[in-house]
Each structure stands twice: as C-alpha cells, then as structure tokens.
Design a protein around this ligand. Sequence first.
Ligand code: PLP
Length: 394
Amino acid sequence: MYNQKAYELGANGSCIRELYAYGRQRAALIGDENVFDFTQGNPSNPTPKKVEETVQSLMADMNPLELHGYTSAVGDPAARQAIADDLNARFDAGASADELFLCCGTTPALAAVFGALTVPGAQIVALAPFFPEYRPLAEGAGASFVVVPPDIPDFQIPMGALEAALTEHTVAVIVNSPNNPAGTVYTEKTLRALAQLLEEKSRQYGHPIYIVADEPYRELTYDGVQTPFIPNIYPNTVVCYSYSKSLTLAGERIGYVYVPKQAQDSKALYAAVSGTARAIGHICAPSLWQKVIARCAHLRPDMTAYDKNRRALYEGLTAAGYEVAKPQGAFYLFVKAPDGDAMAFAERAKNMDIILVPGNDFGCSAYCRLCYCVSYEKLQRSLPRFRELIESYR
Ligand code: PLP
C-alpha cells in the first residue's frame, strides 16, 4: 500500500526535467553543439570568487566538528545576523536575526510557509505565469491551489481577476518577482495596488491574507530596475529567499524564510514555519553554507553575461517576428507561440533541436519559456534556427 497522490507526483516527473533529459539524449546522438537546449534554470555565472575563497578558508581554519556539526534548527546566529544586516542596509527593513529561519533554498522555505499558513479549507493563490512547483508544494501542505490567469502581454498582476479569485478561505497570494518564467519585475505601483486590495479583503474576511514573496531572483535585474522590497509595501509579507541563483549555489541548498515582526501574528507564524519544517523532517540547513553566508550575504551577482544573452535573444527573436515579453529580471524569456499553441510550438522547435518549455505548466498555454543560461556563442548560432522555425508558420 502506498500514497496514490505521492506516487503520481513522483512517477510523473516535471516537464522541464523530461525535456532536459531529451536534450541530453539528442546531444549524445548528434553532438552537444547541435542541440539548442533552453530548458534548465541552472545559473551559468561562475560562483563568486569570494564564496570559493570563503569555503577554502573555513575548511582550512575552522574546527571541523563545529564546521560540519548541526547548527540550531533555525540556523547559525552569525548567518542570521549577517542576513538581517544586509536587509537593513539595503531596504531599511528593521530586520533582526530572530525573524530569520535558514533552510535549503526556497523550495523547502515555501513548503514550511505554506504548511504554517494552511488551516482546514485554506486556499493559496498563484498568479500565472507561476513556477510549477508551487502547486505540489501548496497541495502537499493541504491547501487548495487557485490560479489567477495571466495579464498578457505585460505580465503584471490582473487586479480584477485576482479580486475575483480571493475568498474568505484565501490565506496567501504567492508573488514571484523577478518572475520565472516571464522575467517580469512587478512595479512598485502594481505592488501598492496589490497591497491595497489585500488590505481591503483581509478586513472584509476578518483575517490577514499574507503575501508569500518567493524571491530567488531578487538581485537579478537589468537596465537599473530594482526589485521593490515587498515587506516595506505590505507588512503581512513572508519572504522566501535563496542563494541558488544570486550566488550560483543551486546545488548547495541554502536560503531563508524572513517573517518580519510587523507581520500580523509574526512570532506565532515564525514558530509555525519552524514547526512545519520539523514535521517535514527539514532540520538544519547545511552548516558549511550557513557559515559561508555569514561572510557573503552582502555579495551581488554580476549581471554582465546574463544581460548580453538577454539582449541578443530579445533582439534576435523580435527581429525574426516573434512576440516576446521583454525580461527585466531573472534569466528567462517568455516567447509567444506564433499560432498561440505553446505545446505544438515546443514540439515543432524540438524537431529542429531547439528545446523550449511550453508554458502550460506555468499557467500560460500560449507562451514558451527559454532559459538563456547558455553560452553566448551557442545563443548566436540558435538565432538562424529560430528564424527558420517562425518561417515554418508562414
Ligand atoms: N522559485 C522559483 C520561482 C524558482 O524559479 C526556483 C528555481 O528555479 C525555486 C523557487 C526553487 O529554488 P531553490 O533552489 O531555492 O529551491
């Protein structure tokens, strides 16, 4: 006997991983240089030198028993203080170490926060396009998952549709900016309108509707755009952050939950985050990486290579006649299928060895996602192939 729902989740792997595996098979057959694989959101910047040096110096100088031992369940005090200091220096957040909970990236952070917020009958709202893992994470916590359709072509927040989706059972709205897959950064104006709507609805329903800000791409922005810090706009915000993308540490698994003291029931909520993490067996983020963060929380990503790819891809695709949402952040680009059918478009691209992810699992079936964490040379070589692809629709 086993859990049928868990079986289905495990047996039906993610569409992105399947496409990536297909790309690897093709590469083995026809050569890696002939496969234009834009599937996986694995950062292509090198990990900052300062991070590498910090690892080496910790390994050389620190007592191994302390370096490799358990930290407290909520995280190393020095790491939590360093993160608080960084948030305060950048956003005047008024954060303190005891509002931070260290964990293995935003995936378990979201699981812990969703679990902490889910009461019987709870609904968690996602704004399409959204990171597909939100659904199993919310449903795994026992909530129902409600999707607000995308605001095409700007991919900001469609306030009318969101308002229609909110009910007395809504406990949270997930906000992911910079956005995977569209590369959108929600403007301060959008976020203020969202805050106003959620304040009104929280009053109407007699309980807070929290924003869960999923921010693994917070620092990955272009053209001088800054990601607004949502707790400064809407106090009932819980932040899930990760160093996977900003410091190219995706495989090392380090990030945090920030429950600001100004959020309603913040202390109880923090305890519930910690309690959920405990109940799902998620105790103690990797000790070495907590100690690295204690010394490196202030580092920022170098956006030069991502920006070069972003410009080349955006300009190349628009010149070829594609409709593209111009990314302002992250390292993804969302391109419209010429006939509005993302599945068919991805299939046609696949037959030309261009591997894209159809937007269906992101809640947007007219667009495909490209991750441009590829070499500039390969990206340039893919452009004639993209031109051929759109020609095939004419
Ligand atoms: N949220 C979004 C929007 C993502 O794109 C990703 C990873 O690609 C994650 C969360 C998970 O990141 P982490 O490595 O921190 O678990």
